[in-house]
Design a protein around this ligand. Structure first.
Ligand SMILES: NC(=O)c1ccc[n+]([C@@H]2O[C@H](COP(=O)([O-])OP(=O)(O)OC[C@H]3O[C@@H](n4cnc5c(N)ncnc54)[C@H](OP(=O)(O)O)[C@@H]3O)[C@@H](O)[C@H]2O)c1
Length: 241
């Protein structure tokens, strides 16, 4: 499915994206690897056959435009860039909240808009957005993060509506806790946390499945998917609020 196909992986320098890059390269994909850290991208690109680094900051218009102009034609795009700061309403940091939102959501609008219309015109393509179980319902301490992930997941639904009959596959992959530098910031207990290697395997599986939405691990996914249809008061009680 990936042999000889070119994928633009945004958020490839660390964590889930970095591990997913390795798996996609094993499947024969040619990768264009984007993120801010050029050194990390270069070392990854050098270790994967057919991969190249394309530095880009998704929060910066000029940077995204420059990267998009050097991209060439691609078969698929994976939006895996993400930022997170634990933040409660009492400790609202305006700059940090905006940064998180810019990386998680506005950055997707800024970058995907350069490639998705071309896919629609060609009648072929693959768009994968990495959401989060935190995007299903409002959670405590998630100012900035929760709503931006929810917005990205909503964008996936918009894209599916527009593209499903045009030969472009659109998918949303929603992980629970993954052990990366993002979750190192959490001081609370993180149930069913998995490694980024495991998360990458599950994400690849989701991409191969062709399903619109995949959430993992199943224990956390079941809780949040059920939580999304429960009356909000019941969900809050389950969360101890
Ligand atoms: N960890 C979790 O528990 C968890 C749970 C659910 C969903 N997710 C989602 O999974 C995805 C990967 O997260 P992760 O945990 O693997 O975090 P990570 O290790 O911090 O990786 C995040 C990636 O995003 C890139 N990135 C951040 N800011 C960027 C910017 N301004 N421009 C371009 N790239 C940028 C980072 O690269 P540079 O720093 O080099 O720019 C890095 O490659 C994110 O979308 C995250 O929200 C994570």
């Amino acid at each position: 499915m990936f042999q000889g196909k070119t994928y633009w992986l945004i958020g490839a320098s660390e964590g889930l994206g970095r591990d997913l890059a390795g798996l996609l390269a094993e499947e024969g994909a040619q990768l264009v690897l984007s993120a801010r850290n050029a050194e990390r991208l270069d070392s990854l690109a050098a270790s994967l056959p057919g991969a190249r680094a394309l530095q880009m900051d998704v929060t910066d218009d000029a940077s995204v435009r420059a990267a998009a102009s050097g991209l060439g034609e691609i078969d698929g795009v994976i939006y895996c860039a993400g930022a997170y700061e634990p933040m409660s309403a009492e400790a609202w940091d305006v700059d940090e909240a905006l940064k998180v939102s810019e990386v998680n959501y506005t950055g997707a609008l800024r970058s995907l808009g350069h490639v998705v219309p071309g896919m629609a015109a060609r009648g072929a393509g693959h768009v994968v957005l990495i959401g989060s179980l935190a995007g299903f319902r409002g959670l405590p301490g998630a100012i900035g993060y929760g709503a931006s992930k929810s917005a990205l997941m909503h964008l996936a639904e918009n894209l599916y509506m527009d593209l499903s009959r045009k030969g472009v596959t659109v998918q949303q992959v929603n992980p629970g806790f993954i052990k990366t530098r993002l979750t190192e910031k959490n001081s609370f207990d993180m149930p069913f946390i998995i490694t980024s290697e495991d998360a990458a395997r599950r994400t690849l599986g989701a991409m191969k499945s062709g399903r619109f939405a995949t959430s993992y691990p199943w224990q956390m996914a079941a809780f949040f998917r059920l939580g999304a249809v429960l009356p909000i008061r019941l969900f809050r009680r389950l969360m101890g609020a």
